[in-house]
Design a protein around this ligand. Structure first.
Ligand SMILES: Cc1ncc(COP(=O)(O)O)c(C=O)c1O
Length: 443
Protein backbone atom coordinates (compact mmCIF):
# COMPACT_ATOMS: atom_id res chain seq x y z
CA UNK A 1 0.00 0.00 0.00
CA UNK A 2 1.22 3.50 -0.74
CA UNK A 3 -0.10 6.72 0.71
CA UNK A 4 -1.05 9.57 -1.59
CA UNK A 5 -0.33 12.39 0.77
CA UNK A 6 -0.86 15.01 -1.89
CA UNK A 7 -4.39 13.96 -2.84
CA UNK A 8 -6.98 16.72 -2.54
CA UNK A 9 -8.20 17.18 1.01
CA UNK A 10 -11.07 15.06 2.09
CA UNK A 11 -13.29 17.87 3.16
CA UNK A 12 -13.59 16.59 6.68
CA UNK A 13 -11.19 17.42 9.44
CA UNK A 14 -13.87 16.85 11.99
CA UNK A 15 -13.34 13.31 13.23
CA UNK A 16 -9.80 13.77 14.50
CA UNK A 17 -9.79 15.37 17.96
CA UNK A 18 -6.29 16.80 18.01
CA UNK A 19 -4.12 16.75 21.16
CA UNK A 20 -2.98 19.98 22.86
CA UNK A 21 -4.46 21.92 19.93
CA UNK A 22 -7.00 24.70 19.49
CA UNK A 23 -9.04 22.36 17.27
CA UNK A 24 -11.55 24.82 15.84
CA UNK A 25 -8.94 27.42 15.04
CA UNK A 26 -6.62 24.82 13.49
CA UNK A 27 -9.33 23.35 11.30
CA UNK A 28 -10.14 26.83 10.00
CA UNK A 29 -6.57 27.17 8.67
CA UNK A 30 -4.82 23.80 8.95
CA UNK A 31 -1.05 23.44 9.04
CA UNK A 32 -0.47 20.04 7.46
CA UNK A 33 2.93 18.43 7.05
CA UNK A 34 3.23 15.71 4.42
CA UNK A 35 6.90 14.74 4.35
CA UNK A 36 10.21 15.40 6.06
CA UNK A 37 13.92 15.16 5.25
CA UNK A 38 16.95 16.38 7.12
CA UNK A 39 16.25 19.79 8.63
CA UNK A 40 12.98 20.33 6.75
CA UNK A 41 9.34 19.44 6.62
CA UNK A 42 7.30 19.86 3.47
CA UNK A 43 3.85 21.29 4.02
CA UNK A 44 0.77 20.24 2.11
CA UNK A 45 0.89 23.45 0.13
CA UNK A 46 4.38 22.47 -1.06
CA UNK A 47 6.49 24.77 1.12
CA UNK A 48 9.76 23.78 2.82
CA UNK A 49 9.51 24.42 6.54
CA UNK A 50 12.74 24.61 8.54
CA UNK A 51 12.32 22.47 11.65
CA UNK A 52 13.35 24.65 14.59
CA UNK A 53 12.01 22.20 17.16
CA UNK A 54 13.13 18.71 16.06
CA UNK A 55 9.43 17.88 15.80
CA UNK A 56 8.58 17.95 19.49
CA UNK A 57 12.14 17.88 20.88
CA UNK A 58 12.58 14.39 19.48
CA UNK A 59 14.05 14.15 15.95
CA UNK A 60 17.62 14.81 17.09
CA UNK A 61 19.34 13.16 14.11
CA UNK A 62 17.20 15.00 11.56
CA UNK A 63 14.32 13.61 9.54
CA UNK A 64 14.13 10.56 7.32
CA UNK A 65 17.46 9.00 8.29
CA UNK A 66 17.78 6.05 5.88
CA UNK A 67 19.68 3.95 8.46
CA UNK A 68 16.73 4.18 10.85
CA UNK A 69 14.04 3.73 8.22
CA UNK A 70 15.81 0.67 6.88
CA UNK A 71 16.16 -0.90 10.33
CA UNK A 72 12.45 -0.48 10.97
CA UNK A 73 11.58 -1.88 7.56
CA UNK A 74 13.84 -4.89 8.03
CA UNK A 75 12.49 -5.67 11.49
CA UNK A 76 8.87 -5.35 10.32
CA UNK A 77 9.54 -8.08 7.77
CA UNK A 78 11.47 -10.21 10.24
CA UNK A 79 9.71 -10.06 13.62
CA UNK A 80 6.54 -7.97 13.72
CA UNK A 81 5.85 -8.52 17.40
CA UNK A 82 6.96 -10.58 20.37
CA UNK A 83 5.14 -10.61 23.71
CA UNK A 84 7.27 -8.94 26.37
CA UNK A 85 5.72 -10.78 29.33
CA UNK A 86 7.54 -14.05 30.12
CA UNK A 87 9.02 -13.85 26.58
CA UNK A 88 11.64 -11.69 24.90
CA UNK A 89 13.51 -10.99 21.68
CA UNK A 90 17.25 -10.44 21.36
CA UNK A 91 17.24 -6.80 20.27
CA UNK A 92 15.49 -5.70 23.47
CA UNK A 93 18.44 -7.00 25.53
CA UNK A 94 20.92 -5.50 23.09
CA UNK A 95 19.25 -2.09 23.29
CA UNK A 96 19.06 -2.16 27.09
CA UNK A 97 22.80 -2.95 27.30
CA UNK A 98 23.62 -0.13 24.87
CA UNK A 99 21.60 2.40 26.87
CA UNK A 100 23.26 1.33 30.12
CA UNK A 101 26.66 1.73 28.47
CA UNK A 102 26.06 5.36 27.41
CA UNK A 103 24.29 6.55 30.57
CA UNK A 104 26.12 7.47 33.80
CA UNK A 105 27.61 4.66 35.86
CA UNK A 106 25.15 3.23 38.30
CA UNK A 107 22.09 3.32 36.04
CA UNK A 108 22.29 -0.35 35.22
CA UNK A 109 18.84 -1.60 34.21
CA UNK A 110 16.19 -0.49 31.73
CA UNK A 111 12.41 -0.86 31.73
CA UNK A 112 10.76 -0.17 28.35
CA UNK A 113 7.49 1.60 27.61
CA UNK A 114 6.00 3.57 24.72
CA UNK A 115 6.18 7.26 25.57
CA UNK A 116 7.57 9.80 27.95
CA UNK A 117 4.37 9.71 29.97
CA UNK A 118 4.65 5.97 30.41
CA UNK A 119 8.34 6.21 31.25
CA UNK A 120 7.34 8.61 34.04
CA UNK A 121 4.53 6.40 35.36
CA UNK A 122 6.99 3.53 35.36
CA UNK A 123 9.54 5.57 37.32
CA UNK A 124 7.01 6.66 39.94
CA UNK A 125 5.63 3.14 40.37
CA UNK A 126 9.11 1.63 40.67
CA UNK A 127 10.00 4.26 43.29
CA UNK A 128 6.97 3.42 45.42
CA UNK A 129 7.40 -0.34 44.99
CA UNK A 130 11.13 -0.14 45.78
CA UNK A 131 10.47 1.26 49.21
CA UNK A 132 7.66 -1.24 49.78
CA UNK A 133 9.78 -4.29 48.92
CA UNK A 134 12.50 -3.02 51.27
CA UNK A 135 10.02 -2.79 54.13
CA UNK A 136 9.59 0.99 54.05
CA UNK A 137 6.02 0.95 52.75
CA UNK A 138 5.36 4.22 54.58
CA UNK A 139 7.36 6.08 51.93
CA UNK A 140 4.45 6.92 49.66
CA UNK A 141 4.80 10.64 49.06
CA UNK A 142 6.00 11.93 45.71
CA UNK A 143 7.51 15.38 45.32
CA UNK A 144 7.38 17.22 42.00
CA UNK A 145 8.03 20.84 41.12
CA UNK A 146 5.99 23.82 40.00
CA UNK A 147 6.08 24.39 36.21
CA UNK A 148 7.14 20.78 35.62
CA UNK A 149 5.89 18.69 32.73
CA UNK A 150 5.96 14.95 33.22
CA UNK A 151 3.42 13.90 30.61
CA UNK A 152 -0.31 13.50 30.79
CA UNK A 153 -1.05 10.33 32.76
CA UNK A 154 -2.28 10.59 36.32
CA UNK A 155 1.05 10.11 38.09
CA UNK A 156 2.88 12.52 35.81
CA UNK A 157 0.06 15.07 36.07
CA UNK A 158 0.12 14.82 39.85
CA UNK A 159 3.83 15.58 40.17
CA UNK A 160 3.65 18.01 37.24
CA UNK A 161 3.17 21.68 37.82
CA UNK A 162 1.36 23.22 34.86
CA UNK A 163 -2.06 24.30 35.97
CA UNK A 164 -3.92 23.99 32.66
CA UNK A 165 -2.83 20.38 32.39
CA UNK A 166 -4.17 19.60 35.86
CA UNK A 167 -7.21 21.65 36.65
CA UNK A 168 -9.96 19.65 34.92
CA UNK A 169 -8.87 16.26 36.16
CA UNK A 170 -9.97 16.00 39.73
CA UNK A 171 -7.83 15.49 42.77
CA UNK A 172 -5.09 13.47 41.02
CA UNK A 173 -2.80 11.38 43.25
CA UNK A 174 -2.91 12.06 46.96
CA UNK A 175 0.23 12.64 48.99
CA UNK A 176 2.00 14.78 46.40
CA UNK A 177 3.82 18.01 47.12
CA UNK A 178 5.80 20.42 44.96
CA UNK A 179 9.09 22.26 45.15
CA UNK A 180 9.13 25.86 43.90
CA UNK A 181 10.07 26.39 40.27
CA UNK A 182 13.44 27.92 39.50
CA UNK A 183 12.40 30.80 37.24
CA UNK A 184 13.93 33.96 38.75
CA UNK A 185 13.72 36.57 35.99
CA UNK A 186 14.69 39.47 38.25
CA UNK A 187 18.06 37.83 39.02
CA UNK A 188 18.74 35.63 36.02
CA UNK A 189 17.31 37.30 32.88
CA UNK A 190 19.38 36.92 29.68
CA UNK A 191 21.58 34.14 31.05
CA UNK A 192 23.63 31.90 28.77
CA UNK A 193 23.85 28.42 30.21
CA UNK A 194 23.08 27.79 33.86
CA UNK A 195 21.87 30.83 35.80
CA UNK A 196 23.88 31.97 38.80
CA UNK A 197 21.00 32.36 41.24
CA UNK A 198 18.60 29.81 42.64
CA UNK A 199 20.54 26.88 44.14
CA UNK A 200 18.88 27.70 47.47
CA UNK A 201 15.49 26.75 46.01
CA UNK A 202 16.51 23.10 46.40
CA UNK A 203 16.52 23.68 50.16
CA UNK A 204 12.74 23.79 50.04
CA UNK A 205 12.99 20.02 50.07
CA UNK A 206 14.22 20.31 53.66
CA UNK A 207 11.02 22.21 54.45
CA UNK A 208 8.92 19.39 52.97
CA UNK A 209 10.95 16.83 54.89
CA UNK A 210 10.35 18.79 58.08
CA UNK A 211 6.65 19.06 57.25
CA UNK A 212 5.94 15.46 56.23
CA UNK A 213 8.84 13.45 57.67
CA UNK A 214 11.47 11.89 55.42
CA UNK A 215 10.11 8.46 56.27
CA UNK A 216 6.93 9.30 54.28
CA UNK A 217 8.70 10.50 51.10
CA UNK A 218 9.45 8.04 48.30
CA UNK A 219 10.93 10.20 45.58
CA UNK A 220 11.58 13.63 44.13
CA UNK A 221 11.15 14.01 40.38
CA UNK A 222 12.50 16.95 38.37
CA UNK A 223 13.38 17.71 34.79
CA UNK A 224 17.10 18.60 35.04
CA UNK A 225 16.25 21.33 32.53
CA UNK A 226 12.55 22.13 32.52
CA UNK A 227 11.50 22.14 28.87
CA UNK A 228 7.80 22.29 28.13
CA UNK A 229 7.05 24.99 30.67
CA UNK A 230 9.33 27.41 28.88
CA UNK A 231 12.95 26.20 29.09
CA UNK A 232 14.33 26.71 32.59
CA UNK A 233 17.97 25.64 32.89
CA UNK A 234 18.90 24.56 36.42
CA UNK A 235 20.59 27.22 38.56
CA UNK A 236 24.23 26.43 39.28
CA UNK A 237 24.49 24.11 42.26
CA UNK A 238 20.75 23.35 42.35
CA UNK A 239 20.85 19.74 41.13
CA UNK A 240 23.87 18.98 43.28
CA UNK A 241 22.00 20.23 46.32
CA UNK A 242 18.90 18.19 45.48
CA UNK A 243 21.12 15.13 45.13
CA UNK A 244 22.73 15.76 48.49
CA UNK A 245 19.45 16.28 50.34
CA UNK A 246 17.67 13.30 48.77
CA UNK A 247 20.60 10.99 49.53
CA UNK A 248 20.81 12.17 53.11
CA UNK A 249 17.11 11.41 53.68
CA UNK A 250 16.89 8.12 51.76
CA UNK A 251 14.65 9.71 49.12
CA UNK A 252 15.03 8.58 45.51
CA UNK A 253 15.94 11.22 42.94
CA UNK A 254 14.31 10.85 39.53
CA UNK A 255 15.49 12.87 36.54
CA UNK A 256 12.90 13.15 33.81
CA UNK A 257 15.19 13.29 30.78
CA UNK A 258 12.50 12.77 28.15
CA UNK A 259 13.70 15.97 26.45
CA UNK A 260 17.31 16.17 27.58
CA UNK A 261 18.53 12.62 26.90
CA UNK A 262 20.40 11.77 23.70
CA UNK A 263 22.37 14.86 22.88
CA UNK A 264 20.11 17.84 23.42
CA UNK A 265 22.56 19.35 25.93
CA UNK A 266 25.70 18.08 24.17
CA UNK A 267 25.93 14.86 26.17
CA UNK A 268 24.12 11.54 26.30
CA UNK A 269 22.17 12.90 29.27
CA UNK A 270 21.73 16.01 31.38
CA UNK A 271 22.95 13.89 34.29
CA UNK A 272 26.28 13.51 32.50
CA UNK A 273 26.44 17.18 31.59
CA UNK A 274 25.78 18.36 35.14
CA UNK A 275 27.72 15.57 36.86
CA UNK A 276 24.73 14.57 38.99
CA UNK A 277 23.46 11.00 38.78
CA UNK A 278 19.87 10.27 39.76
CA UNK A 279 18.56 6.93 41.04
CA UNK A 280 16.06 6.71 38.20
CA UNK A 281 16.07 8.37 34.77
CA UNK A 282 13.24 8.56 32.26
CA UNK A 283 13.88 8.85 28.52
CA UNK A 284 11.78 8.72 25.32
CA UNK A 285 11.56 11.01 22.26
CA UNK A 286 15.11 11.05 20.75
CA UNK A 287 15.65 7.47 21.93
CA UNK A 288 14.31 6.34 18.54
CA UNK A 289 14.72 9.70 16.79
CA UNK A 290 10.91 9.65 17.18
CA UNK A 291 10.54 7.22 14.29
CA UNK A 292 8.68 4.70 16.49
CA UNK A 293 7.20 5.59 19.89
CA UNK A 294 9.28 4.32 22.80
CA UNK A 295 10.10 5.17 26.39
CA UNK A 296 12.88 3.80 28.58
CA UNK A 297 13.24 4.14 32.35
CA UNK A 298 16.72 3.46 33.71
CA UNK A 299 17.22 2.49 37.33
CA UNK A 300 20.17 1.94 39.65
CA UNK A 301 21.48 -1.51 40.44
CA UNK A 302 20.37 -1.07 44.05
CA UNK A 303 16.77 -0.44 43.02
CA UNK A 304 16.67 -3.32 40.56
CA UNK A 305 18.34 -5.73 42.98
CA UNK A 306 15.87 -4.92 45.74
CA UNK A 307 13.21 -6.63 43.61
CA UNK A 308 15.33 -9.67 42.74
CA UNK A 309 14.70 -11.53 45.96
CA UNK A 310 12.11 -14.10 46.93
CA UNK A 311 11.15 -17.18 44.92
CA UNK A 312 12.53 -17.09 41.38
CA UNK A 313 9.30 -18.20 39.71
CA UNK A 314 7.39 -15.15 40.99
CA UNK A 315 6.97 -12.03 38.87
CA UNK A 316 9.04 -9.34 40.61
CA UNK A 317 7.23 -6.24 39.35
CA UNK A 318 3.58 -6.28 38.31
CA UNK A 319 3.98 -3.62 35.66
CA UNK A 320 4.52 -3.49 31.90
CA UNK A 321 2.89 -2.71 28.57
CA UNK A 322 1.81 -4.90 25.66
CA UNK A 323 4.23 -2.93 23.53
CA UNK A 324 7.16 -2.72 25.97
CA UNK A 325 10.33 -3.25 23.91
CA UNK A 326 8.35 -3.59 20.68
CA UNK A 327 10.66 -5.02 17.99
CA UNK A 328 10.13 -2.05 15.63
CA UNK A 329 10.91 0.41 18.42
CA UNK A 330 14.02 -1.55 19.42
CA UNK A 331 15.18 -1.62 15.80
CA UNK A 332 14.63 2.12 15.48
CA UNK A 333 16.40 2.81 18.79
CA UNK A 334 19.46 0.68 18.02
CA UNK A 335 19.80 2.27 14.58
CA UNK A 336 19.32 5.72 16.10
CA UNK A 337 22.02 5.17 18.70
CA UNK A 338 24.34 4.03 15.91
CA UNK A 339 23.64 7.22 13.96
CA UNK A 340 24.33 9.40 17.00
CA UNK A 341 27.65 7.62 17.47
CA UNK A 342 28.72 7.49 13.82
CA UNK A 343 27.89 11.16 13.24
CA UNK A 344 29.22 12.34 16.61
CA UNK A 345 25.99 14.24 17.14
CA UNK A 346 26.34 14.75 20.89
CA UNK A 347 29.76 16.34 20.37
CA UNK A 348 28.34 18.37 17.52
CA UNK A 349 25.65 19.80 19.80
CA UNK A 350 28.37 20.77 22.27
CA UNK A 351 30.39 22.48 19.54
CA UNK A 352 27.35 24.39 18.34
CA UNK A 353 26.34 25.58 21.79
CA UNK A 354 28.34 28.83 21.66
CA UNK A 355 27.42 29.96 18.12
CA UNK A 356 23.82 29.01 18.89
CA UNK A 357 23.81 31.10 22.08
CA UNK A 358 25.49 34.01 20.24
CA UNK A 359 22.78 33.97 17.59
CA UNK A 360 19.89 33.74 20.05
CA UNK A 361 21.23 36.41 22.39
CA UNK A 362 21.47 38.70 19.36
CA UNK A 363 17.67 39.03 19.68
CA UNK A 364 17.99 40.86 22.98
CA UNK A 365 17.08 44.35 21.78
CA UNK A 366 14.13 43.36 19.62
CA UNK A 367 10.59 44.42 20.46
CA UNK A 368 8.71 42.41 23.14
CA UNK A 369 11.75 40.36 24.24
CA UNK A 370 11.96 40.23 28.05
CA UNK A 371 14.28 37.26 28.49
CA UNK A 372 16.49 34.88 26.50
CA UNK A 373 17.67 31.55 27.89
CA UNK A 374 20.02 29.11 26.18
CA UNK A 375 21.51 25.77 27.14
CA UNK A 376 22.91 23.11 24.79
CA UNK A 377 20.88 23.29 21.58
CA UNK A 378 17.85 24.75 23.33
CA UNK A 379 16.64 28.33 23.50
CA UNK A 380 13.75 30.24 24.99
CA UNK A 381 12.71 33.64 23.68
CA UNK A 382 10.34 35.03 26.26
CA UNK A 383 8.03 37.82 25.16
CA UNK A 384 6.07 40.31 27.17
CA UNK A 385 2.46 39.15 27.27
CA UNK A 386 -0.23 41.47 25.93
CA UNK A 387 -2.28 42.96 28.73
CA UNK A 388 -5.46 40.87 29.18
CA UNK A 389 -4.37 38.34 26.54
CA UNK A 390 -1.55 36.12 27.81
CA UNK A 391 -0.28 33.71 25.17
CA UNK A 392 -1.77 35.64 22.24
CA UNK A 393 1.44 37.33 21.15
CA UNK A 394 3.42 34.09 21.45
CA UNK A 395 0.95 32.22 19.30
CA UNK A 396 0.98 34.97 16.68
CA UNK A 397 4.76 34.70 16.49
CA UNK A 398 4.50 30.94 16.06
CA UNK A 399 2.00 31.32 13.22
CA UNK A 400 3.91 34.11 11.50
CA UNK A 401 7.13 32.07 11.63
CA UNK A 402 5.34 29.11 10.14
CA UNK A 403 3.96 31.28 7.35
CA UNK A 404 7.57 32.35 6.67
CA UNK A 405 8.81 28.76 6.58
CA UNK A 406 10.09 28.14 10.11
CA UNK A 407 8.61 25.81 12.71
CA UNK A 408 8.88 27.01 16.30
CA UNK A 409 7.13 25.93 19.48
CA UNK A 410 5.18 28.19 21.77
CA UNK A 411 4.26 27.84 25.40
CA UNK A 412 2.43 30.86 26.73
CA UNK A 413 4.45 33.80 25.45
CA UNK A 414 7.72 31.88 25.32
CA UNK A 415 9.04 30.67 21.98
CA UNK A 416 11.04 27.49 22.53
CA UNK A 417 13.62 26.33 19.99
CA UNK A 418 15.29 22.92 19.94
CA UNK A 419 16.44 22.10 16.40
CA UNK A 420 17.78 18.76 15.20
CA UNK A 421 21.43 18.38 16.22
CA UNK A 422 22.44 18.31 12.53
CA UNK A 423 21.58 22.02 12.20
CA UNK A 424 24.07 24.08 10.17
CA UNK A 425 25.10 27.73 10.44
CA UNK A 426 22.84 28.74 7.56
CA UNK A 427 19.84 27.19 9.30
CA UNK A 428 20.65 29.01 12.54
CA UNK A 429 20.80 32.27 10.58
CA UNK A 430 17.47 31.57 8.91
CA UNK A 431 15.80 30.60 12.17
CA UNK A 432 16.98 33.64 14.05
CA UNK A 433 16.48 36.15 11.25
CA UNK A 434 12.94 34.91 10.62
CA UNK A 435 12.16 35.26 14.30
CA UNK A 436 13.70 38.73 14.32
CA UNK A 437 11.60 39.82 11.30
CA UNK A 438 8.44 38.51 12.94
CA UNK A 439 9.19 40.21 16.25
CA UNK A 440 9.67 43.52 14.42
CA UNK A 441 6.43 43.04 12.51
CA UNK A 442 3.91 41.98 15.11
CA UNK A 443 2.31 44.36 17.58
C1 LIG B 1 10.05 16.10 30.52
C2 LIG B 1 8.94 15.37 29.85
N1 LIG B 1 8.41 14.29 30.42
C3 LIG B 1 7.43 13.59 29.86
C4 LIG B 1 6.90 13.97 28.65
C5 LIG B 1 5.78 13.20 28.04
O1 LIG B 1 6.17 12.52 26.93
P1 LIG B 1 5.08 11.92 25.91
O2 LIG B 1 4.42 13.07 25.25
O3 LIG B 1 5.91 11.06 24.99
O4 LIG B 1 4.14 11.09 26.73
C6 LIG B 1 7.42 15.10 28.00
C7 LIG B 1 6.89 15.54 26.70
O5 LIG B 1 7.20 16.59 26.19
C8 LIG B 1 8.46 15.82 28.62
O6 LIG B 1 8.96 16.92 28.07
Amino acid sequence: MTFDVTAPMVNDLDAYWMPFTANRQFKGAPRLLVSARGMHYTSRDGRRILDGTAGLWCVNAGHGRPEITEAIRAMAGHLDYAPPFQMGHPLAFDLAARLVSIMPDGLDHVFFSNSGSEAVETALKIALAYHAVRGEAGRTRLIGRERAYHGVNFGGLSVGGMVNNRRLFGTLLGGVDHLPHTHLPAENAFTRGQPAHGAHLADDLERLVALHGAETIAAVIVEPMAGSAGVLPPPRGYLERLREITTRHGILLIFDEVITAFGRLGHASAAERFGVTPDIMTTAKALTNAAVPMGATLVSGAIHDAFMRGPEHVVELFHGYTYSAHPLACAAAVATQEVYKADGLFTRARTLEDPWADAIHGLRDLPHVIDLRTLGLVAAVELAPRPEAPGERGFEVFRACYDRGVLTRVTGDTIALSPPLIIGDGHIDQLVSTLADVLRAIP
